[in-house]
Design a protein around this ligand. Structure first.
Ligand code: ADP
Length: 260
């Protein structure tokens, strides 16, 4: 009798073992797929600027361009291509750190109003090129203290503000506002009256490399990683993020922050 009980236990254990191994193999398979897709995306993103830069360098090396102004222009374009490559590599570095959970947050107390103002200053020129006005909608410009990783929050704000300019219309506006949500939380909103996003894309925007209009976005540059980075940073903070967008009307990206 005890032998049959043992047999039953053994069979159960073998079953469990087999199931566990199957699950492990499946997890590894998914991870491998994911890794392949990630590598494929990276090479694709790097190819365009690399070929552009190489094109300008080869033309200059050829020595056929005699006009100094044209040569200077080609050099500037090559440099822009390299800048874009640096930007993509930095984003890749960030997303990799975030995804392997290698990014420890440095939580501190800081003034979110001042941080938003400094981000506006950084992108004033970029906005001016499209005659976009950057406005800050708060009642009083008093400090609002929050508890978060300041450098990472600067990145979140930068990515959202840059997007609102990139996908904003000529002479449009980018508005940032802060409001009390609960006793413990504020909500920061970045709103534009730009091209907006069609409903079917919204749930996928936070995926790495996802873009609504591939060709249009390419013209704008970027890595397709901006919002994936935003999502990771906010998740690491246990904060929430919302998107509200209407096609051809505008978009609003908002997120919560803990008050200090
Ligand atoms: P990137 O801007 O480098 O393409 P992001 O991850 O920052 O990558 O954004 C993903 C996509 O979401 C963009 O390509 C664009 O199609 C869309 N998007 C992001 N922000 C906005 C916005 N403010 N208005 C309209 N579309 C946007």
């Amino acid at each position: 009798d005890s032998i049959t009980t043992d047999m039953a236990t053994l069979t159960k254990e073998i079953d469990k073992y087999t199931k566990d191994r199957k699950l492990e193999i499946e997890t590894l398979r998914i991870r491998e797929e994911y890794r392949k897709e990630f590598l494929g995306n990276i090479s694709h993103e790097l190819k365009t600027p690399l070929f552009t830069v190489q094109g300008y360098i080869l033309t200059l090396m050829d020595g056929a361009v005699k006009d100094k102004n044209v040569r200077d222009k080609y050099l500037r374009n090559a440099s822009k291509g390299v800048e874009r490559l640096i930007y993509i590599v930095k984003d890749l570095d960030m997303i990799t750190k975030l995804e392997v959970g290698d990014l420890r947050l440095k939580i501190e107390i800081f003034d979110i109003v001042a941080l938003i103002e400094s981000v506006f200053e950084l992108f004033e020129m970029k906005a001016a090129k499209k005659s976009i006005s950057l406005t800050f909608d708060i009642d009083y410009k008093e400090p609002i203290l929050v508890r978060a990783d300041k450098e990472r929050m600067q990145q979140v704000l930068t990515n959202l503000v840059v997007n609102s300019i990139k996908y904003g219309r000529q002479q449009g506006t980018t508005e940032v506002s802060i409001e009390n949500l609960t006793k413990k939380k504020v909500i920061v909103r970045v709103t534009d009256n730009g091209e907006g996003i069609e409903k079917q894309h919204i749930s996928r925007l936070f995926e790495r490399f996802y873009r609504v209009d591939k060709s249009g976005s390419r013209k704008e540059g970027g890595s397709g990683l901006g919002l994936a980075i935003v999502k990771h940073i906010l998740e690491a903070h246990n904060e929430k993020m919302y998107i509200d967008s209407e096609f051809e009307v505008g978009s609003e990206f908002s997120f919560t922050l803990e008050k200090a």
